[in-house]
Each structure stands twice: as C-alpha cells, then as structure tokens.
Design a protein around this ligand. Sequence first.
Ligand code: AVI
Length: 326
Amino acid sequence: MSKKLVLVKPKSEFAEDIKKGLTSNIKEIPSYHLYGEKGDQLFEKITLTNEYYPTRSELQILESYAFNILMHSGSDEKAPTIVELGSGNGTKTEKLLNKAVEVYGKCNYYPVDISQQSLLLLKNRLSKFEHCLISPVEANIYENLEFLPRIQSQKLILFLGSSIGNMGIDKSYSLMKRIADNMSPHDKLLIGFDLAHNGNKPQEIINRAYNDDGLVTAQFNLNLLRKINNQLGGEFDVGQFEYYSHYNPELKRQESFLKSKIKQDVRISDLNLTVRFCKDEYILTEFSQKFDLEMIAKMAGAAGLEQVDSYTDKNRYFINSLFIKT
Ligand code: AVI
C-alpha cells in the first residue's frame, strides 16, 4: 500500500554553497552535498564495507530491540506511526516495520528525505509490506519540520545512522530542539549515536571506518568534485585531489577532507569562478561527530528531551536513545 508523494520542495542550494565554500579562506563544502544519485549509491556501498561498523551495529540494535522500542512508543493495541527523518534506503527501518506488522497487523510509515529519487526507490523496495501504508515526504529536515505536528497519531520519530553527527554539536542540539518543539507529549524520538572512543572502543576502529581498504569512502568524497563538474560546469581533474580523513580524539570526531596534490586553478563556469588551490590545500568535506553518554544527556536536556530508554549493540560501539519531550 502506498500514498501519493507529499511534496515539500527543498531549496536548491548547491551552486550557492559551492561558491561560498570554495571562495572562503578555509575551503569547505557542507557534507549533505556528498549525496545525490551517485553519492547515495556510494554511501550504500560504504555501509556494506567491513570497516564501516555503524550501520551493522544499529541494524543489530533494531533487530534485537524492535519489540521493546515499539512497545515503548505505541499502545498495546495500536502501533505508533513511524516517521523517519532522513530515511535513505530504509534497510534498518524494515526491522521495525516487520515487527510492527507482526505485532499489530499493520503500520503507517512516513519516510522523510530531501531526495525524491531515494524516496521512490524506498517506496518500491518496501512495496512488499502489504500491511504498511507508506507516505513519503520530500523535505529538507534541517529547514522544515512543520509536517511533523500535522501527522496526528502517536508517533515514533526516527533519526538513525548517527546522521546527528554530521552537522556539528551546535546544529545537532538545535535540530534536537526543533524536533522536540514539533513533538506532541505522546510521541517518542529514537536517535542513533555513534559512540566516541573509550576503554572499550579503540580510536582505530573509528578511523578505519572512514579509511576502508577498498577506497569506497575516498570515492564517495571525490565524487563531490565530479558532481561539481557535472552540475556546475566545473573542470576539476579529480586525479589531482586525494581523500584524507583522521580521527580527532580531543574533539571526538572523524574529520574528512579532499586535498589538492598540486598548486592548481580550477574553473567552474556556471559560477563564473576560478578557484585557486595551493599544493596540499584542503577542502573540508565532512565532520562525523562521535558521542559519549554525557554529551548525549547534556544535548538532550538542553533541547527539552528526556531519555526514557537506550539500546546498544554487542560491541557497545553504537547507541540508540529513546526520548520523550519534557
Ligand atoms: C551519514 N553519516 C552518519 C555517515 C558518517 O559516518 O558520518 C556518512 C559517512 N561518511 C563517510 N562514511 C560515512
């Protein structure tokens, strides 16, 4: 079963962000531009690499605790309406949908994503769930959460995959606050956090997740230059850049860059811009913040959320926290 797409058109920001990011003193491009048709495919490939543990860990959590999470979020008779912010390919959510159909006989699922393409793919993939009413919402969740209160039933809102880690602490806190502001008292919010290094989780486990032997993550980042070439008339010679990523233990985050191998000028004709690169100059492409329990509690408290339960995988590399609004 499926309903027609609810369209909330996101603003086209690519050109603007590239111009701003490549003309500033420290070059950087917001990490959400890593995605798109090719970027989504490469990200999916990353999640299948041996090194990238977060997806597997969260999948294990949702497999093990789907029933507990649903029981916490719905009532004995009725499944919560599942709303997923940034739904991607929905593999993990399938665990919850399966369990909801098994326990309650049916469920409602609102996948929310900026990419119409991934919503369509997701809808096709999930068409096998006959007892699940799927209502895709095309929206930029960082700008628009107004659709949330319009879904009136008791909700289980998902923000999985540690996507909360890709926006910097201040923005993650403000996103949590905006979600909380748009929640009703009976709603629950489940957020996936990748845990920082600790006595049980060596830094190298994190660093390797972004430096896979098959160089899939490198391609994912380099694809950003190809995207500029294809969409903005860029003339990047991709072979003259390399991917570099390291774990910063003080700030508990993985920091990823593209580095210019040589001194070079790159023309981007649609922006009427020539970008000058020094040898070894970096473009920041992504921060992947990792969290400890204290950080999670602090952010949640300040955002007006209270943790009611949490779930970890066997290795304790990843945590899913369930919140209500206070
Ligand atoms: C989507 N996000 C949580 C991923 C991460 O781990 O920061 C994106 C990613 N980048 C490289 N590998 C995965």
